[in-house]
Ligand binder design. Sequence first.
Ligand SMILES: *Cc1c(COP(=O)(O)O)cnc(C)c1O
Length: 356
Amino acid sequence: MPRPIELTVSISALSHNLAVARRAAPGSRVWAVVKANAYGHGLDVAQQGFATADGVALVEFDAAQRLRESGWTKPILMLEGPFDISDVQLAMHQNLTLVLHSLAQVPMIEALPPHSRPAVYLKFNSGMHRLGMNAADLRSAHARLSQADAAGRPTLMTHFASADMPGGADQALAAFVHATEGLSGPRSTSNSAAVFDLPAAHGDWIRPGVMLYGATPFSGRTAASLGLHAAMRLSTRLIAVQSLQAGDRVGYGGTFVAPGPMRIGVLACGYADGYPRHAPTGTPVLVAGVRTRTIGRVAMDMMMVDLSAVPEAGVGAEVELWGPALPVDEVAEAAGTIGYELLCAIAPRVPRRTVI
Ligand SMILES: *Cc1c(COP(=O)(O)O)cnc(C)c1O
């Protein structure tokens, strides 16, 4: 039999979360962000869950091509822009929208006959200093690509560094508004956090990512409190049970020492499946629906859990690592990271199942 580990993705949860984004920004169109294999959920499943989105946004050109081949006819936005001229050619042929984040990329578009140019987004650096142009370059790019004979008008975009903190994007939004004053074209600025907290920024196209998968963009605010449903469930089973005496050590390095007699379970899930190795003893886990904790170091293929709270659980008992009953954000916090990283780290060896 296959190893008893499984990733289940719920299409209805994806659709539900997309509806939450629409309700939060009723005047905007929605790019469903599907980079990193739809945050680990699978591009094919995302295509079904986000069928009613106005477009999808990602960074991988091979994945964009696969979306076209599998019948996605709506817009596709390439968030990281073209890496070289071959990407611009692909954008032309597959009707992809390109983010231009530097003035140096403008000649690649200008070189094309106006009627065959791909649609473009011009990205402003509003203070993150990752990708984006300064105000002068933005205006220059806008002037060069807004010629009467060019296809369409560029959309003006930015990405916020700190929209997940109260007031954290106010300055960046003001800088964007100032830099784009008087320039024609649609606007797009909002990631998940701004979708929830910054209605003034919503503009013409929002770009929600993590919220669509049912995880929170905020530390300290749960996905449930935002009305989101977890789309991913990572589950496994107990494959062995051990009875410990006081002083017995567990796992590599023996970092956990039993304080007294106790039962522990061994799970068929480890860091080679995408579970974070840095999750310390005490990270929450559900065994047979009961909340308990991990103990010892996570190994490549296995990890151990405390069965003190689940005396009836034996080999074969169901375990949820994260999912609808245990938010990925809680596991992430225990492991010193964010839900985003856990979602997109699921390994290819984990069998996948899609549910409605
Ligand atoms: C990833 C990404 C998003 C989505 O961000 P979330 O925090 O997941 O909502 C939006 N815009 C850009 C440019 C991105 O790279």
